[in-house]
Design a protein around this ligand. Sequence first.
Ligand code: FAD
Ligand code: NAP
Length: 373
Amino acid sequence: IVILVILSKLLTFNLVFKSSNYDWFQTDSLITIVIYTKQKDMNADLVIVDCQDKQLRGEIIMDDHSYLVEVDLDHAVSEDVTVNIAEKVGKVEIILNKKDNVHWKMLGQPCEGHNTFIKRTDRGLFYRKCKLISKTEVTHDTKLFCLMLPKGTHLRVPTGQHVYLKHIIAGTEVVKPYTPVLPFLPLDFQEPPCHDAVHIYLMIKIYSHGLFTQALDHLRIGDYISVSNPEGNFKKSQVQTSEDLLLLAGGTGFTPMVKLLNFALTEVSCLRTVKLIFFNKTEDDILWRNQLEQLALKDERFQVQFILSQPSKDWVGKQGKISSSLLSEFVKRSRRDSKVLICICGPAPFTEQGVQFLKNLGYSQEEIHAFTA
Ligand code: FAD
Ligand code: NAP
Protein backbone atom coordinates (compact mmCIF):
# COMPACT_ATOMS: atom_id res chain seq x y z
CA ILE A 1 0.00 0.00 0.00
CA VAL A 2 2.82 2.41 0.91
CA ILE A 3 4.51 1.76 -2.44
CA LEU A 4 1.21 2.35 -4.26
CA VAL A 5 0.67 5.64 -2.40
CA ILE A 6 4.22 6.77 -3.24
CA LEU A 7 3.74 5.78 -6.89
CA SER A 8 0.45 7.64 -7.14
CA LYS A 9 2.01 10.74 -5.52
CA LEU A 10 4.91 10.55 -7.98
CA LEU A 11 2.46 10.22 -10.86
CA THR A 12 0.45 13.23 -9.68
CA PHE A 13 3.67 15.19 -9.19
CA ASN A 14 4.77 14.17 -12.66
CA LEU A 15 1.49 15.32 -14.21
CA VAL A 16 1.71 18.66 -12.43
CA PHE A 17 5.42 18.93 -13.14
CA LYS A 18 5.05 17.98 -16.81
CA SER A 19 2.44 20.62 -17.41
CA SER A 20 3.51 23.45 -15.12
CA ASN A 21 5.82 24.68 -17.76
CA TYR A 22 5.00 28.36 -18.00
CA ASP A 23 7.19 31.39 -18.20
CA TRP A 24 6.73 35.12 -18.52
CA PHE A 25 8.69 38.08 -19.77
CA GLN A 26 8.12 41.79 -20.33
CA THR A 27 8.93 44.71 -22.57
CA ASP A 28 8.22 48.35 -21.73
CA SER A 29 4.59 47.96 -22.77
CA LEU A 30 3.76 44.22 -22.80
CA ILE A 31 3.61 41.24 -20.50
CA THR A 32 3.83 37.89 -22.29
CA ILE A 33 2.98 34.65 -20.53
CA VAL A 34 4.15 31.56 -22.38
CA ILE A 35 2.72 28.11 -21.69
CA TYR A 36 4.41 25.10 -23.23
CA THR A 37 1.64 22.51 -23.42
CA LYS A 38 3.61 20.03 -25.56
CA GLN A 39 0.24 19.20 -27.16
CA LYS A 40 0.52 18.97 -30.95
CA ASP A 41 -3.05 19.86 -31.92
CA MET A 42 -3.33 22.90 -29.64
CA ASN A 43 -5.82 25.44 -31.01
CA ALA A 44 -7.68 28.59 -30.02
CA ASP A 45 -10.77 26.64 -28.87
CA LEU A 46 -8.66 25.08 -26.11
CA VAL A 47 -7.51 28.36 -24.56
CA ILE A 48 -9.84 30.38 -22.34
CA VAL A 49 -8.54 33.64 -20.93
CA ASP A 50 -10.26 36.12 -18.64
CA CYS A 51 -8.51 39.29 -17.63
CA GLN A 52 -10.55 41.78 -15.62
CA ASP A 53 -9.11 44.47 -13.39
CA LYS A 54 -5.90 42.92 -12.09
CA GLN A 55 -7.16 39.32 -12.16
CA LEU A 56 -5.79 37.03 -14.85
CA ARG A 57 -7.16 33.54 -15.42
CA GLY A 58 -5.91 31.44 -18.33
CA GLU A 59 -7.17 27.89 -18.68
CA ILE A 60 -5.81 25.45 -21.26
CA ILE A 61 -7.88 22.38 -22.05
CA MET A 62 -5.87 19.22 -22.66
CA ASP A 63 -8.25 16.29 -23.27
CA ASP A 64 -10.04 15.67 -19.97
CA HIS A 65 -7.52 17.73 -17.98
CA SER A 66 -7.01 21.45 -17.65
CA TYR A 67 -3.98 23.58 -16.83
CA LEU A 68 -4.54 26.90 -15.09
CA VAL A 69 -2.57 30.11 -14.73
CA GLU A 70 -4.39 32.31 -12.21
CA VAL A 71 -2.77 35.35 -10.66
CA ASP A 72 -3.58 38.65 -9.08
CA LEU A 73 -1.35 40.72 -11.40
CA ASP A 74 1.44 42.88 -10.01
CA HIS A 75 0.22 46.00 -11.88
CA ALA A 76 -2.80 47.08 -13.88
CA VAL A 77 -3.20 46.05 -17.54
CA SER A 78 -5.55 47.36 -20.22
CA GLU A 79 -8.54 45.28 -21.25
CA ASP A 80 -7.10 43.98 -24.54
CA VAL A 81 -5.75 40.45 -24.40
CA THR A 82 -4.07 38.68 -27.30
CA VAL A 83 -3.74 34.91 -27.53
CA ASN A 84 -1.17 33.44 -29.94
CA ILE A 85 -0.84 29.75 -30.54
CA ALA A 86 1.96 27.83 -32.22
CA GLU A 87 -0.24 24.81 -33.05
CA LYS A 88 2.50 22.39 -34.08
CA VAL A 89 4.60 22.76 -30.94
CA GLY A 90 1.71 23.48 -28.56
CA LYS A 91 3.04 26.84 -27.38
CA VAL A 92 0.43 29.30 -26.07
CA GLU A 93 1.19 33.00 -25.55
CA ILE A 94 -1.09 35.29 -23.56
CA ILE A 95 -0.13 38.89 -24.21
CA LEU A 96 -1.26 41.70 -21.90
CA ASN A 97 -0.81 45.44 -22.37
CA LYS A 98 0.68 47.27 -19.39
CA LYS A 99 -1.32 50.30 -18.30
CA ASP A 100 1.84 52.06 -17.10
CA ASN A 101 5.33 51.60 -18.47
CA VAL A 102 6.76 50.36 -15.20
CA HIS A 103 9.04 47.39 -14.65
CA TRP A 104 7.20 44.45 -13.02
CA LYS A 105 9.17 42.62 -10.33
CA MET A 106 6.88 39.60 -10.52
CA LEU A 107 3.88 38.45 -12.58
CA GLY A 108 1.64 38.65 -9.52
CA GLN A 109 0.33 36.82 -6.50
CA PRO A 110 -0.71 33.25 -7.34
CA CYS A 111 -4.38 32.41 -6.68
CA GLU A 112 -5.61 29.09 -5.33
CA GLY A 113 -5.73 27.10 -8.57
CA HIS A 114 -2.61 28.67 -10.09
CA ASN A 115 -0.20 26.39 -11.92
CA THR A 116 -2.27 23.24 -11.47
CA PHE A 117 -3.00 20.50 -13.99
CA ILE A 118 -6.09 18.61 -12.89
CA LYS A 119 -9.15 16.80 -14.27
CA ARG A 120 -11.62 19.20 -15.89
CA THR A 121 -14.42 17.74 -13.79
CA ASP A 122 -12.52 18.76 -10.63
CA ARG A 123 -11.89 22.32 -11.85
CA GLY A 124 -15.45 23.65 -11.54
CA LEU A 125 -17.05 26.05 -13.96
CA PHE A 126 -15.83 29.61 -14.31
CA TYR A 127 -18.37 32.31 -15.22
CA ARG A 128 -17.96 35.79 -16.67
CA LYS A 129 -20.69 38.45 -17.11
CA CYS A 130 -21.79 39.01 -20.71
CA LYS A 131 -23.88 41.86 -22.04
CA LEU A 132 -27.14 41.22 -23.91
CA ILE A 133 -26.71 42.95 -27.28
CA SER A 134 -29.84 41.87 -29.13
CA LYS A 135 -32.84 39.58 -28.98
CA THR A 136 -34.54 38.62 -32.26
CA GLU A 137 -37.55 36.48 -33.02
CA VAL A 138 -36.92 33.11 -34.69
CA THR A 139 -40.44 31.66 -34.31
CA HIS A 140 -43.52 32.47 -32.21
CA ASP A 141 -41.79 31.15 -29.06
CA THR A 142 -38.06 31.01 -29.86
CA LYS A 143 -35.56 33.87 -29.83
CA LEU A 144 -31.96 34.40 -30.88
CA PHE A 145 -30.01 36.06 -28.07
CA CYS A 146 -26.71 37.77 -28.89
CA LEU A 147 -24.37 38.14 -25.91
CA MET A 148 -21.09 40.03 -25.91
CA LEU A 149 -18.08 38.68 -24.05
CA PRO A 150 -16.12 41.16 -21.92
CA LYS A 151 -13.14 42.75 -23.66
CA GLY A 152 -10.56 40.87 -21.61
CA THR A 153 -12.07 37.45 -22.42
CA HIS A 154 -10.86 35.01 -25.06
CA LEU A 155 -13.45 32.23 -25.36
CA ARG A 156 -14.66 30.20 -28.35
CA VAL A 157 -17.30 27.55 -27.80
CA PRO A 158 -16.29 24.45 -29.79
CA THR A 159 -18.73 22.73 -32.17
CA GLY A 160 -21.02 20.37 -30.25
CA GLN A 161 -20.41 21.93 -26.84
CA HIS A 162 -22.72 23.94 -24.57
CA VAL A 163 -22.32 26.63 -21.93
CA TYR A 164 -24.24 27.26 -18.73
CA LEU A 165 -26.08 30.51 -18.10
CA LYS A 166 -26.38 31.63 -14.49
CA HIS A 167 -28.85 34.17 -13.19
CA ILE A 168 -30.32 35.12 -9.83
CA ILE A 169 -34.08 34.56 -9.89
CA ALA A 170 -36.11 35.62 -6.83
CA GLY A 171 -32.93 35.58 -4.73
CA THR A 172 -31.81 32.11 -5.86
CA GLU A 173 -28.99 31.29 -8.26
CA VAL A 174 -30.34 29.31 -11.23
CA VAL A 175 -28.13 27.61 -13.84
CA LYS A 176 -29.26 26.09 -17.19
CA PRO A 177 -27.31 24.74 -20.20
CA TYR A 178 -27.61 26.22 -23.71
CA THR A 179 -25.84 25.38 -26.97
CA PRO A 180 -24.39 28.33 -28.90
CA VAL A 181 -25.33 28.62 -32.58
CA LEU A 182 -24.23 30.89 -35.43
CA PRO A 183 -26.21 34.09 -36.14
CA PHE A 184 -27.42 32.47 -39.38
CA LEU A 185 -26.63 29.44 -41.53
CA PRO A 186 -23.81 30.52 -43.83
CA LEU A 187 -24.62 29.58 -47.41
CA ASP A 188 -21.31 30.28 -49.09
CA PHE A 189 -19.15 28.46 -46.52
CA GLN A 190 -16.46 31.01 -46.35
CA GLU A 191 -15.18 31.84 -42.90
CA PRO A 192 -18.32 33.48 -41.45
CA PRO A 193 -17.99 36.87 -39.74
CA CYS A 194 -19.66 35.30 -36.72
CA HIS A 195 -16.39 33.57 -35.80
CA ASP A 196 -15.41 36.89 -34.28
CA ALA A 197 -14.80 35.38 -30.85
CA VAL A 198 -16.61 38.34 -29.31
CA HIS A 199 -20.27 37.34 -29.56
CA ILE A 200 -22.14 34.24 -28.41
CA TYR A 201 -25.47 33.49 -30.12
CA LEU A 202 -28.08 31.38 -28.33
CA MET A 203 -31.35 30.15 -29.83
CA ILE A 204 -33.69 29.73 -26.89
CA LYS A 205 -37.30 28.57 -26.68
CA ILE A 206 -39.27 30.60 -24.14
CA TYR A 207 -41.61 28.33 -22.15
CA SER A 208 -44.70 30.09 -20.81
CA HIS A 209 -44.13 28.54 -17.36
CA GLY A 210 -40.38 28.18 -17.65
CA LEU A 211 -38.42 29.51 -14.67
CA PHE A 212 -35.22 30.42 -16.49
CA THR A 213 -36.51 31.22 -19.97
CA GLN A 214 -39.11 33.63 -18.57
CA ALA A 215 -36.31 35.46 -16.72
CA LEU A 216 -34.20 35.48 -19.90
CA ASP A 217 -37.11 36.85 -21.90
CA HIS A 218 -37.40 39.68 -19.40
CA LEU A 219 -33.74 40.73 -19.75
CA ARG A 220 -33.37 44.10 -21.40
CA ILE A 221 -30.75 45.03 -23.99
CA GLY A 222 -27.65 46.09 -22.04
CA ASP A 223 -28.38 43.77 -19.09
CA TYR A 224 -25.75 41.25 -18.01
CA ILE A 225 -25.90 37.47 -17.58
CA SER A 226 -23.19 35.04 -16.44
CA VAL A 227 -21.85 32.59 -19.05
CA SER A 228 -19.69 29.58 -18.15
CA ASN A 229 -16.77 27.89 -19.88
CA PRO A 230 -17.82 25.35 -22.52
CA GLU A 231 -18.56 21.71 -21.72
CA GLY A 232 -19.48 18.64 -23.74
CA ASN A 233 -18.02 15.41 -25.01
CA PHE A 234 -18.51 15.79 -28.76
CA LYS A 235 -15.29 15.49 -30.77
CA LYS A 236 -14.98 17.02 -34.25
CA SER A 237 -12.80 14.07 -35.22
CA GLN A 238 -15.96 11.92 -35.16
CA VAL A 239 -17.15 13.83 -38.26
CA GLN A 240 -13.77 14.17 -39.92
CA THR A 241 -13.66 10.50 -40.93
CA SER A 242 -17.35 10.19 -41.96
CA GLU A 243 -18.78 9.92 -45.44
CA ASP A 244 -22.44 10.27 -44.43
CA LEU A 245 -23.60 12.57 -41.64
CA LEU A 246 -27.18 12.19 -40.39
CA LEU A 247 -28.60 14.70 -37.94
CA LEU A 248 -31.79 13.90 -36.02
CA ALA A 249 -33.17 16.95 -34.20
CA GLY A 250 -36.31 17.48 -32.10
CA GLY A 251 -37.32 21.13 -31.48
CA THR A 252 -34.42 23.15 -29.99
CA GLY A 253 -32.38 19.95 -30.23
CA PHE A 254 -31.53 21.63 -33.55
CA THR A 255 -29.06 23.98 -31.78
CA PRO A 256 -25.96 21.69 -31.72
CA MET A 257 -26.64 20.84 -35.38
CA VAL A 258 -26.06 24.44 -36.50
CA LYS A 259 -22.30 24.63 -35.92
CA LEU A 260 -22.01 20.96 -36.82
CA LEU A 261 -23.60 21.56 -40.23
CA ASN A 262 -21.34 24.51 -40.88
CA PHE A 263 -18.24 22.56 -39.84
CA ALA A 264 -19.19 19.49 -41.87
CA LEU A 265 -19.97 21.36 -45.09
CA THR A 266 -17.00 23.72 -44.78
CA GLU A 267 -14.19 21.58 -43.48
CA VAL A 268 -14.87 17.88 -44.02
CA SER A 269 -13.87 16.97 -47.55
CA CYS A 270 -14.65 13.22 -47.30
CA LEU A 271 -18.37 13.87 -46.54
CA ARG A 272 -20.63 12.83 -49.40
CA THR A 273 -24.02 13.44 -47.81
CA VAL A 274 -25.37 15.47 -44.91
CA LYS A 275 -29.01 14.94 -43.99
CA LEU A 276 -31.04 16.72 -41.30
CA ILE A 277 -34.24 15.03 -40.16
CA PHE A 278 -36.02 17.68 -38.15
CA PHE A 279 -38.95 16.71 -35.88
CA ASN A 280 -41.34 19.43 -34.71
CA LYS A 281 -44.93 19.68 -33.52
CA THR A 282 -46.23 22.14 -36.11
CA GLU A 283 -45.02 24.08 -39.15
CA ASP A 284 -44.77 27.25 -37.04
CA ASP A 285 -42.28 25.53 -34.74
CA ILE A 286 -39.69 24.82 -37.45
CA LEU A 287 -36.53 26.78 -36.68
CA TRP A 288 -34.74 28.47 -39.60
CA ARG A 289 -36.89 26.57 -42.14
CA ASN A 290 -36.19 29.07 -44.88
CA GLN A 291 -32.45 29.03 -44.31
CA LEU A 292 -32.39 25.21 -44.27
CA GLU A 293 -34.33 25.04 -47.55
CA GLN A 294 -31.97 27.59 -49.11
CA LEU A 295 -28.99 25.57 -47.97
CA ALA A 296 -30.42 22.40 -49.51
CA LEU A 297 -30.81 24.24 -52.83
CA LYS A 298 -27.32 25.66 -52.66
CA ASP A 299 -25.33 22.60 -51.58
CA GLU A 300 -26.16 19.30 -53.24
CA ARG A 301 -24.55 17.31 -50.41
CA PHE A 302 -27.22 18.64 -47.99
CA GLN A 303 -30.84 17.45 -47.65
CA VAL A 304 -33.45 18.39 -45.07
CA GLN A 305 -36.58 16.45 -44.11
CA PHE A 306 -39.21 18.03 -41.86
CA ILE A 307 -41.47 15.68 -39.88
CA LEU A 308 -44.40 17.06 -37.89
CA SER A 309 -46.08 15.32 -34.95
CA GLN A 310 -49.11 17.66 -34.75
CA PRO A 311 -49.51 19.11 -38.27
CA SER A 312 -52.45 21.16 -39.49
CA LYS A 313 -54.57 19.55 -42.17
CA ASP A 314 -52.78 21.61 -44.85
CA TRP A 315 -49.42 19.95 -44.22
CA VAL A 316 -48.46 17.84 -47.20
CA GLY A 317 -45.08 16.79 -45.83
CA LYS A 318 -44.14 13.87 -43.64
CA GLN A 319 -46.04 13.28 -40.42
CA GLY A 320 -45.27 11.26 -37.27
CA LYS A 321 -43.07 10.81 -34.25
CA ILE A 322 -39.61 9.29 -34.06
CA SER A 323 -40.00 5.55 -34.74
CA SER A 324 -38.16 2.59 -36.25
CA SER A 325 -40.18 2.78 -39.45
CA LEU A 326 -39.57 6.53 -39.95
CA LEU A 327 -35.87 6.11 -39.22
CA SER A 328 -35.49 3.13 -41.55
CA GLU A 329 -37.06 5.27 -44.29
CA PHE A 330 -34.71 8.27 -43.83
CA VAL A 331 -31.54 7.03 -42.17
CA LYS A 332 -29.54 5.27 -44.86
CA ARG A 333 -25.92 4.89 -45.92
CA SER A 334 -25.22 6.45 -49.33
CA ARG A 335 -23.16 3.33 -50.15
CA ARG A 336 -23.36 -0.11 -48.63
CA ASP A 337 -20.08 0.23 -46.72
CA SER A 338 -19.90 4.02 -46.20
CA LYS A 339 -18.74 5.38 -42.85
CA VAL A 340 -21.67 7.03 -41.14
CA LEU A 341 -22.12 9.29 -38.12
CA ILE A 342 -25.61 9.85 -36.71
CA CYS A 343 -26.06 12.72 -34.26
CA ILE A 344 -29.25 13.04 -32.25
CA CYS A 345 -30.60 15.76 -29.96
CA GLY A 346 -34.01 16.71 -28.58
CA PRO A 347 -36.26 16.07 -25.58
CA ALA A 348 -34.61 13.35 -23.42
CA PRO A 349 -37.15 10.60 -24.29
CA PHE A 350 -36.88 11.49 -28.00
CA THR A 351 -33.09 11.05 -27.84
CA GLU A 352 -33.25 7.86 -25.76
CA GLN A 353 -35.84 6.23 -28.02
CA GLY A 354 -34.01 7.40 -31.14
CA VAL A 355 -30.74 5.82 -30.00
CA GLN A 356 -32.54 2.55 -29.27
CA PHE A 357 -34.29 2.54 -32.67
CA LEU A 358 -30.95 3.20 -34.40
CA LYS A 359 -29.31 0.32 -32.55
CA ASN A 360 -32.22 -1.93 -33.50
CA LEU A 361 -31.62 -0.91 -37.12
CA GLY A 362 -28.04 -2.18 -36.81
CA TYR A 363 -26.06 1.02 -36.21
CA SER A 364 -23.22 0.62 -33.72
CA GLN A 365 -22.56 2.74 -30.61
CA GLU A 366 -19.52 4.31 -32.39
CA GLU A 367 -21.76 5.44 -35.26
CA ILE A 368 -24.16 7.31 -32.93
CA HIS A 369 -23.58 10.49 -30.92
CA ALA A 370 -26.36 11.61 -28.57
CA PHE A 371 -26.20 15.19 -27.26
CA THR A 372 -27.19 15.22 -23.60
CA ALA A 373 -26.32 17.32 -20.55
P1 FAD B 1 -38.47 24.92 -16.42
O1 FAD B 1 -38.85 25.91 -15.39
O2 FAD B 1 -37.42 23.92 -16.09
O3 FAD B 1 -39.76 24.16 -16.90
C1 FAD B 1 -41.04 24.75 -17.02
C2 FAD B 1 -41.85 24.12 -18.13
O4 FAD B 1 -41.19 24.34 -19.36
C3 FAD B 1 -42.01 22.59 -18.04
O5 FAD B 1 -43.10 22.21 -17.34
C4 FAD B 1 -42.12 22.22 -19.48
O6 FAD B 1 -43.42 22.44 -19.94
C5 FAD B 1 -41.25 23.18 -20.15
N1 FAD B 1 -39.89 22.63 -20.26
C6 FAD B 1 -38.84 22.95 -19.49
N2 FAD B 1 -37.76 22.30 -19.84
C7 FAD B 1 -38.11 21.55 -20.88
C8 FAD B 1 -37.38 20.66 -21.66
N3 FAD B 1 -36.07 20.46 -21.44
N4 FAD B 1 -38.04 20.03 -22.64
C9 FAD B 1 -39.33 20.26 -22.87
N5 FAD B 1 -40.07 21.10 -22.13
C10 FAD B 1 -39.48 21.73 -21.15
N6 FAD B 1 -32.91 24.97 -24.75
C11 FAD B 1 -32.96 25.92 -25.71
O7 FAD B 1 -34.01 26.57 -25.90
N7 FAD B 1 -31.86 26.18 -26.50
C12 FAD B 1 -30.68 25.51 -26.33
O8 FAD B 1 -29.69 25.79 -27.05
C13 FAD B 1 -30.62 24.50 -25.32
N8 FAD B 1 -29.47 23.82 -25.11
C14 FAD B 1 -29.45 22.83 -24.16
C15 FAD B 1 -28.28 22.10 -23.98
C16 FAD B 1 -28.26 21.06 -23.08
C17 FAD B 1 -26.99 20.26 -22.88
C18 FAD B 1 -29.42 20.75 -22.34
C19 FAD B 1 -29.42 19.62 -21.36
C20 FAD B 1 -30.57 21.51 -22.46
C21 FAD B 1 -30.60 22.56 -23.37
N9 FAD B 1 -31.73 23.36 -23.52
C22 FAD B 1 -31.78 24.29 -24.52
C23 FAD B 1 -32.85 23.31 -22.53
C24 FAD B 1 -32.60 24.32 -21.38
O9 FAD B 1 -31.46 23.96 -20.64
C25 FAD B 1 -33.78 24.41 -20.39
O10 FAD B 1 -34.14 23.12 -19.97
C26 FAD B 1 -34.98 25.12 -20.99
O11 FAD B 1 -34.60 26.42 -21.45
C27 FAD B 1 -36.16 25.26 -20.01
O12 FAD B 1 -35.78 25.98 -18.90
P2 FAD B 1 -36.83 26.73 -17.96
O13 FAD B 1 -36.15 26.99 -16.65
O14 FAD B 1 -37.40 27.90 -18.66
O15 FAD B 1 -38.02 25.68 -17.76
P1 NAP C 1 -40.91 20.04 -28.61
O1 NAP C 1 -41.31 21.17 -29.47
O2 NAP C 1 -41.73 19.73 -27.39
O3 NAP C 1 -40.78 18.69 -29.44
C1 NAP C 1 -40.07 18.56 -30.64
C2 NAP C 1 -40.46 17.26 -31.31
O4 NAP C 1 -40.07 16.16 -30.48
C3 NAP C 1 -41.98 17.14 -31.51
O5 NAP C 1 -42.24 16.50 -32.73
C4 NAP C 1 -42.40 16.29 -30.35
O6 NAP C 1 -43.56 15.52 -30.60
C5 NAP C 1 -41.22 15.35 -30.21
N1 NAP C 1 -41.21 14.78 -28.87
C6 NAP C 1 -41.34 15.44 -27.71
N2 NAP C 1 -41.33 14.57 -26.68
C7 NAP C 1 -41.19 13.34 -27.23
C8 NAP C 1 -41.12 12.04 -26.69
N3 NAP C 1 -41.24 11.84 -25.39
N4 NAP C 1 -40.98 11.00 -27.54
C9 NAP C 1 -40.91 11.19 -28.86
N5 NAP C 1 -40.99 12.40 -29.44
C10 NAP C 1 -41.12 13.47 -28.63
O7 NAP C 1 -39.37 20.24 -28.18
P2 NAP C 1 -38.71 21.47 -27.45
O8 NAP C 1 -39.67 22.07 -26.47
O9 NAP C 1 -38.09 22.35 -28.48
O10 NAP C 1 -37.59 20.78 -26.59
C11 NAP C 1 -36.33 20.50 -27.13
C12 NAP C 1 -35.56 19.63 -26.14
O11 NAP C 1 -34.22 19.50 -26.61
C13 NAP C 1 -35.51 20.14 -24.72
O12 NAP C 1 -35.86 19.07 -23.88
C14 NAP C 1 -34.05 20.52 -24.51
O13 NAP C 1 -33.63 20.27 -23.19
C15 NAP C 1 -33.35 19.58 -25.48
N6 NAP C 1 -32.04 20.08 -25.92
C16 NAP C 1 -30.97 19.35 -25.54
C17 NAP C 1 -29.73 19.76 -25.93
C18 NAP C 1 -28.55 18.92 -25.51
O14 NAP C 1 -28.67 18.01 -24.77
N7 NAP C 1 -27.36 19.19 -25.93
C19 NAP C 1 -29.58 20.90 -26.72
C20 NAP C 1 -30.71 21.62 -27.08
C21 NAP C 1 -31.96 21.20 -26.69
P3 NAP C 1 -44.88 15.54 -29.64
O15 NAP C 1 -45.97 16.11 -30.48
O16 NAP C 1 -45.09 14.12 -29.31
O17 NAP C 1 -44.58 16.37 -28.44
